[in-house]
Design a protein around this ligand. Structure first.
Ligand code: HEC
Ligand code: HEC
Length: 525
């Protein structure tokens, strides 16, 4: 919001309007209110979705990569819309014990149905409801298979024994049936494959942060189940023509800052893909990231408090359309071009599938509507108040500004000096919290920044910091984590058992009573 206001102000000034010293504040708040009204009062008309892939909104969407000072390229709107959008409803794969009578026969008779049915959407709440279903059920194009052996295996009681996670209703989390114009296929969930939280009793919440799975000790996805995201046949459909080793290398190689450990992956065999396993359920190595600099599977339930997406703020978050674009981008509309560096072959770079605008826009509306659940188990008000005053005294409020508990700004990673004319300069604070700079500087997600995360919902967050190194607030506010013999409670890194978790030294010098009060306050947000 403040960026838009700032831009507005500059425009007004450039237009020769003279402003008194008091007026700008009034004007700014009027403009801000007008902007809010604009966003809130213009729901998409019934029966249509916005064209989310448009060159104007894409132009300043991505944050430049620090090492190159260029924005990653995006494919043009013309190329994007040359392909028809995919909008197909998917259906549960049941554990053979639990499949309702006649289910399979009925599925085989089904015709393709839309996942998001535009004709039924009339209001904002219709969009959100459609988006919730889409986020939970939409499948990955690259997982689809009509291979009879794979289909038989998905319905075989044997393969389920150690296979996909069984939900309380007897369906599997992961595999889905999809009825396509070419017939019934086995597929796999897209977004909810990673963005879910498993509860003790075996149910899941989609959108919630990842990490509870370690407490129950149960696996969620098993790459031996056909169609699984991250399995070789699925990756090979996207990375056409590549060996397993080349796929793994292509995901992480940084030509402008080569890392020997990544370059060596290319010489490996089929087992090269094992670098994808983060060794911690709260972390997933996305393409453009690195097995050596983790990315936490973030909580999406506080998304609307942010102004940027990803820990390194790779993309602006201006509204549901940006979330829709992000969904499209990570699902195949990413040419992986960085200035002169092309990460994909011509065939891989071509857009080969995309979701219909209504699918990704509904997901955007849904994710932006989420609010983190409130803590049902609050400590007495007096201790919370004491914690809140410590939160102010220790300067936390400067960055974690209430009520969002983030200012939405980008802090610089240790060692990075952004250029004075950086296009995101209005959102940058030239302060480093000193956490591990690897993700922000040595990967293709490397904007040079770490965004200030919202602390809303921090009470149930199973992993802390961008790389998920820490597993609790107690661990975060214990100075022992700065020592090299510390055993991180979360993600450790390949082959590492003990290491320091540096940076973010705020609140580390509190007395035990003060620390208790601060944590009680944090757990009330
Ligand atoms: C393979 C696992 C995986 C899948 C599948 C996945 N995500 Fe994510 N998602 C992540 C990780 C890990 C991050 C954090 C990345 C980072 O910080 O750089 C993330 C970040 C995000 C963010 C940014 C949130 C924030 O606050 O910064 C959004 C929005 C998002 N995902 C939406 C989606 C949608 C929509 C889909 C489905 C189209 C999806 N994701 C599929 C793992 C996944
Ligand atoms: C200069 C800005 C700044 C100040 C001051 C600050 N923080 Fe942070 N905080 C950050 C940034 C940036 C991160 C993310 C760092 C990363 O992931 O590498 C963060 C992360 C956190 C996290 C982890 C959240 C998550 O989901 O990973 C908690 C909790 C937190 N801060 C609490 C506090 C408290 C309590 C204080 C005061 C004692 C404080 N912060 C002071 C900028 C700040």
């Amino acid at each position: 919001m403040s960026l838009r206001v700032a831009r507005e102000m500059r425009r007004l000034r450039a237009g020769g309007l003279m402003l008194s010293s008091r007026l700008p504040i009034v004007l700014a708040s009027l403009l801000a209110a007008a902007n809010i009204a604009l966003v809130r009062s213009q729901p998409q008309p019934a029966g249509s979705a916005p064209r989310i892939w448009n060159d104007a909104d894409l132009a300043d969407w991505a944050t430049p990569v620090a090492g190159l000072n260029v924005r990653p390229a995006h494919i043009s709107a013309a190329e994007y819309y040359a392909l028809p959008g995919d909008n197909l409803r998917t259906y549960p794969v049941y554990h053979p014990d639990s499949e309702p009578a006649g289910y399979w026969e009925e599925l085989k008779r089904k015709k393709p149905e839309p996942l998001v049915d535009l004709s039924k959407i009339r209001s904002r709440s219709d969009w959100i409801a459609a988006g919730e279903r889409a986020f939970r059920e939409v499948d990955t194009f690259w997982s689809r298979t009509d291979d009879p052996a794979a289909i038989a295996q998905a319905r075989d009681p044997q393969s389920f024994q150690n296979g996909a996670l069984k939900l309380p209703d007897g369906s599997a989390h992961g595999p889905r049936w999809v009825v396509t114009p070419k017939g019934l296929m086995l597929s796999w969930v897209a977004c909810s494959n990673c963005h879910f939280r498993l509860h003790e009793e075996g149910s899941i919440t989609v959108g919630g942060p990842r990490g509870a799975r370690d407490r129950t000790g149960r696996g969620s996805v098993n790459p031996r189940v056909p169609g699984a995201q991250g399995s070789l046949p699925v990756l090979a459909r996207y990375f056409v023509g590549d060996s397993a080793a080349t796929i793994a290398w292509r995901m992480f190689s940084v030509p402008w800052a080569p890392d020997d450990r990544i370059e060596k992956i290319r010489d490996g065999g089929q087992q090269a893909l094992s670098v994808l396993a983060a060794g911690d359920p709260g972390v997933f190595h996305r393409p453009h990231g690195s097995p050596y600099y983790g990315t936490k599977v973030v909580d999406l339930q506080n998304l609307h408090y942010s102004k940027y997406m990803d820990a390194t703020g790779t993309h602006r978050l201006r509204g549901p359309e940006d979330v829709a674009r992000y969904a499209a981008f990570i699902s195949g509309a990413d040419p992986m071009d960085f200035g002169p560096h092309r990460m994909l072959s011509d065939e891989q770079r071509r857009l080969r599938a995309r979701y219909a605008d209504e699918v990704v826009y509904a997901i955007g509306m849904y994710l932006m509507s989420l609010e983190p659940p409130t803590n049902p188990d609050l400590a007495p008000q007096a201790i919370r108040d004491e914690g809140e005053s410590l939160f102010r005294r220790e300067g936390c409020v400067n960055c974690h500004v209430p009520p969002a508990y983030t200012s939405g700004k980008l802090t610089v990673a240790a060692g990075y000096e952004p250029p004075a004319d950086h296009p995101n300069r209005d959102d940058i604070i030239r302060v480093s919290v000193g956490t591990d700079p690897g993700l922000a500087l040595k990967t293709r997600k490397g904007t040079g920044f770490y965004k200030i995360p919202s602390l809303r919902g921090v009470w149930y967050r199973p992993r802390l910091l961008h790389d998920g190194s820490l597993a609790s607030l107690e661990e975060m506010f214990d100075p022992a984590r700065l020592q090299p013999d510390h055993v991180p409670g979360g993600w450790k890194g390949p082959g590492i058992t003990a290491r320091a978790v540096p940076g973010h030294r705020f609140g580390l010098a509190l007395t035990p009573e003060e620390k208790r009060a601060l944590l009680v306050f944090l757990r009330s947000l």
